[in-house]
Design a binder for this molecule. Structure first.
Ligand SMILES: [Mn+2]
Length: 398
């Protein structure tokens, strides 16, 4: 049956042929697959979905891609040649109960809306490829086969996951999957996978990129991670310089802002506030913030502006431990945070213990870059929520 294993910790984590074929065999039993992206899908998630959808097409398996974006064009993908369903469109979603709900770039069930979670659980099987450390949406008896060698064709489980933290992006895990299967990666597919990878690497600061010059350069931080750097170069080598330039331009959101977006980015400095002990800096956009609404609320571009702002602020102020931004997103009020050290999970638990009951239920992400939400858009309630969070700054000692 299953053998608990010690494969974890290999330097360049290739997916084994056995693991890939097992996953593939299970997929091929399906007639319908829903590919599910996390809320506020980024380009790692969206390109993972695109790659999987086109792969399933090649097998003759029908698939739908469920995205939370109202306007997927903002994701700047190479192509939109897939069946797109909007995550809040319950009628459309309910039309198909899929044989497989295939989750990409998930991390945890906190990253999807209750409606989508319910839909996933109706599927015949839940499967997923990921690079986050938390266990994905899992029912009892799931197989997390990055930890287990599956050597039997007869294992029956309703949930199968493969997550590889060292891959640093979901598209790199999908690359490893295709590689293990011997599936041909042409330049279009390489483009999609590389765009997903570069967009996540941008967020973690592992690459330098310049949209005007059209270059993407790995930093030391990336090169020292064997797995992701191998995938980076394998994909890069399949791309022309023009393709790389296009990807660089596409991820260099800050170099391509409209005047309104530019103005918003500049205004963030004036909006910056500090907690009592000065360890937390934050921007609080009220749920009905006019400027935010005019920019289309939470989307690929506004999210990049905030991300860039948090990272810069954190880097420029030695005294700071966390930078947070609070804003409305898809009908919820939420925050996203960047921390200097990987302490956010502990910080969230501290908040739950000292200020906000059930706080961690709606908070998660990475230990140094995470977010959370409250199911309210009431100005007063949201402002109180912000204050409660910020008042926990004593988690960070003076
Ligand atoms: Mn990702």
């Amino acid at each position: 049956m299953k053998i608990s294993n010690s494969l974890v910790g290999f330097s360049a984590n290739k997916m084994s042929k056995m693991q890939a074929q097992y996953l593939n065999r299970e997929l091929r039993k399906a007639k319908n697959v829903d590919i599910i992206c996390h809320d506020m899908t980024d380009r790692d998630g969206a390109n993972s979905a695109l790659a999987m959808s086109q792969y399933l097409d090649s097998l003759g398996i029908h698939s739908r891609v469920i995205l939370s974006q109202k306007n997927p064009q903002l994701l700047n993908l190479r192509t939109y040649d897939f069946n797109f369903v909007q995550a809040s469109d319950k009628n459309e979603i309910d039309k198909v109960i899929p044989d497989v709900a295939f989750c990409v770039d998930f991390g945890s069930e906190k990253r999807v809306s209750p409606l989508i979670l319910e839909h996933i659980k109706k599927a015949g099987k839940i499967m997923g490829l990921d690079h986050h450390s938390e266990v994905d949406i899992a029912s009892d008896g799931y197989i997390q086969f990055d930890r287990e060698i599956v050597d039997s064709e007869n294992i029956t489980s309703s949930a199968l996951f493969y997550s590889d933290k060292s891959a640093k992006s979901a598209t790199s895990v999908i690359y490893r999957y295709f590689e293990a299967l011997g599936y041909k990666i042409d330049s279009n597919l390489a483009y999609d996978l590389f765009l997903g990878l570069a967009d996540d690497m941008k967020k973690t600061g592992m690459i330098e990129y310049d949209g005007k010059k059209g270059v993407i350069i790995p930093k030391e931080e990336l090169l020292k991670h064997k797995n992701v750097s191998e995938v980076f170069f394998n994909l890069r080598n399949k791309l022309s310089d023009e393709q790389v330039a296009k990807i660089a331009k596409s991820i260099d959101v800050m170099a391509n802002l409209t005047p309104e977006q530019e103005e918003f980015a500049k205004s963030l400095n004036d909006k910056l506030q500090y907690s009592k002990n000065g360890k937390i800096a934050y921007v609080e956009l009220s749920p009905d913030d006019e400027q935010w609404r005019k920019l289309g609320g939470d989307n690929n571009i506004t999210s990049a502006i905030l991300n860039n702002f948090r990272r810069k602020t954190l880097k420029n102020d030695k005294n700071l431990e966390v930078v947070m931004a609070f804003y409305e997103a898809n009908g919820n009020y939420r925050f996203s945070a960047h921390a200097k050290k990987p302490v956010l999970y502990d910080f969230f638990k501290y908040i739950e213990k000292n200020a906000i009951k059930d706080f961690t239920k709606n908070a998660g992400g990475h230990p140094d870059r995470a977010g959370g939400s409250i199911g309210s858009l009431d100005n007063f309630e949201c402002h109180k929520w912000v204050n409660n969070i910020i008042s926990c700054d004593d988690f960070f000692q003076k």
